[in-house]
Design a protein around this ligand. Sequence first.
Ligand SMILES: [Zn+2]
Length: 366
Amino acid sequence: MTRSDRDEDPYRPFTVPDEPRAFRYDGEVRPGEKRQFRYEVSETYLGDPVAVPVTVINGHNPGPRLLCTAAIHGDELNGVKVCQELARAYDPTDIAGTLVLLHVVNVPGFQAQQRYIPIYDLDMNRAFPGGSANTASRMARELWDAFVSRCDACLDFHTSTRNRTTMYHTRADTANPAVDGLARAFGANVIIGGPGDDGSLRKAATDAGIPTVTVEMGKAHRFQPVLVEKAVDGVENVMRSYGMCEGPVAWPGWFQIATSGEKAWLRAEEGGLVDMHWGPYPLVRAGDTICTVSDQFGDEERVVEAPFTGLLVGVLENPVALPGHPLCHLARVAEATADEIEAEIERGEFDGYRANGTVWRDGDDD
Ligand SMILES: [Zn+2]
């Protein structure tokens, strides 16, 4: 493939220069240099700096610039571990192009171990590309100007919210070829399609021509080694597909893209206690009982059945519900795919997930 063909490839909407280039933010990381530093994005009430830990690994050889971001929601820690592992794993001799890691985006939330910026509960993932309106949008703007806008593609790592859990999956605007290509290269089995919410890093960056995929992995407040390892492999796969490092691109044995017509939130119709009956694996066939909602005396009980065959990509963990409360998020899979997944389950390929506790995580996150 010639360079000009590659420039026109809708799956790789970036131009790779002939010579390695410096990565410039306020400072500069030269080709062949690996730098780790704190980048100031705000100040505390004490006037002390609020600074994001950053790693920039700039390869000896030219290539695209890939950004990985973690803990935009401050209590979502698996991605923090992914960034730490990536920072240790790669040196400039290993890669063509630049790997940029924002280890903890929402520093105030991380320090408080909360999802939002603790002051006024601001959601950093509704503040991109940033502005001057409030602390969240100012922090977002600093990071946007210095890092996001200077990269060619982005992977944004999330986990579930407290009391929920979700299957390892990605969220991506699969109608956009560049985003679709990035999500497929990352290689999670399940991709939930859709453009994302206004103000999310994913949507803002994608709208700005920087294809971005959200990775949803496991629970808040935990490191889950099996999921972290999968995600680190996923980043390597993306780098291989972009020509940033050597090696074959590994494609998942099966994958499923669920768009709006193919997924459903099942909600409680009444308040009460929730007993989950699905499992131990997240595959349910049409008509299977997913859970029951009962009153305190156990007299009234509603059975919640799967309206179609699918994967439970998000389930409630805290076993109490109010009317309208989401019980689970179900993504449709074709019967043939369900058979493949069942065969994998029988071969034990899902067992590693179980050994590490739940695979699932919240659904609304992103
Ligand atoms: Zn999140």
